[in-house]
Design a protein around this ligand. Sequence first.
Ligand code: PLP
Length: 411
Amino acid sequence: MPAPTPAPAAPTPPPARARLGSRALFPDLEVAVYLNHASLSPPSEPVREAVRHVLDGYARRGMLWYSEEMERRERVRGQLGRLINAAAADLALVPNTSAGVLTVALCLPWRRGDRIVLFNGEFPTNITPWQQAARRHGLDIVWMETESFRRDRAAALEALEDHLRAGVRLVAVSAVQFTTGQRMPLEAMGALCRRHGSELFVDAIQGAGIVPLDVAAMNIDYLTAGSHKWLMAPEGLAAFYAHPEAARRLEPNVAAWLSHEAPFAFLTDGPGQLRYDRPIVESARMAEAGTFNVLASAGLEASLGLIEGLGVDTIFDHVQAWHDAAEPSLIERGFESARMSDPGGRSGILSVRPPDPSTTPAWARALAEHGIGCGTPDGWLRLSPHWPNASEEIEHLLTALDQVRSEQHSS
Ligand SMILES: Cc1ncc(COP(=O)(O)O)c(C=O)c1O
């Protein structure tokens, strides 16, 4: 008699796949045209599922679930490493972008009179911690204008090199400017920093997940990027990268219990392990000082899975096609576009403004009533589509703009 054939195992569902231009993974998104990923991304179904899975795991198993999250943390570091071309060992998970900036501002062994280059026009998180370091340690801030890099890139890079020649400890810049969407020339800036012995710090929250980033090719010493914008994960988590040599220069001024080697030994290995003299890790992980956000981390693993599946270059091209299709019609309607003609200066953000920028918030409020979500930093109407956005949405946007204009005229 032939042996009975075993019942086939229940098939495991294939991992959810993102499709460019499809909102299928955002079934509950009520905003008809969501153009605000530069502020915050709505969570996709896989992100929500991943977060629920963690909560359910803790609900069922309490502390027994913890090891799952420790393993996930390693996997997420690996994913982030692939995103920026870094080793997982050089990445830490910190609470937000600000924590990444603060880590370097608080931990570099500054010398009185050290000069740092900052950029007027940057988001304040990449200014305030450096200003505080300057106050505390007697540093000199050298100000440059982000806008000078949009007007004349070559001249701005020459001006930067003049400053570097005079001696600069660190240059702190965003990968992408949050107002105009200008992608900064990181590769050129990194090469100049290397040539003149300066360090390069990058706030990459407006770049990671949408523009290609390569810490090795760009000679980046430190980079940080929060999870809730272009990485499309929940709030409360950020990547912090430090080049291994740069990490060794940091003083452990933000260290706490998890910054030590073998931090769990006193909890798991019996008596006599509760010591305060264990070495502090000499890597970016020093900044992982305490319990981290496991829910956001699960969401990040899921969203990075989708982003990796598509590929950042492919997403970037998709978003550029959206911008290409929308921009001329916006200009035709009297808006000024901040988008650079040099493709190397472009990002996920297409910012435009009406002739009177003080009316931008009113435009955004009116557009919201027509189902369009966008941001309004510093008088710009910021449109920030990502992989789920489709070019068909542009018609909806333009119709809404025309309706808002006629409402403005009739009121
Ligand atoms: C360039 C830039 N840096 C930082 C942040 C936010 O920093 P954090 O993650 O600390 O809230 C934003 C936006 O919120 C931003 O646009």
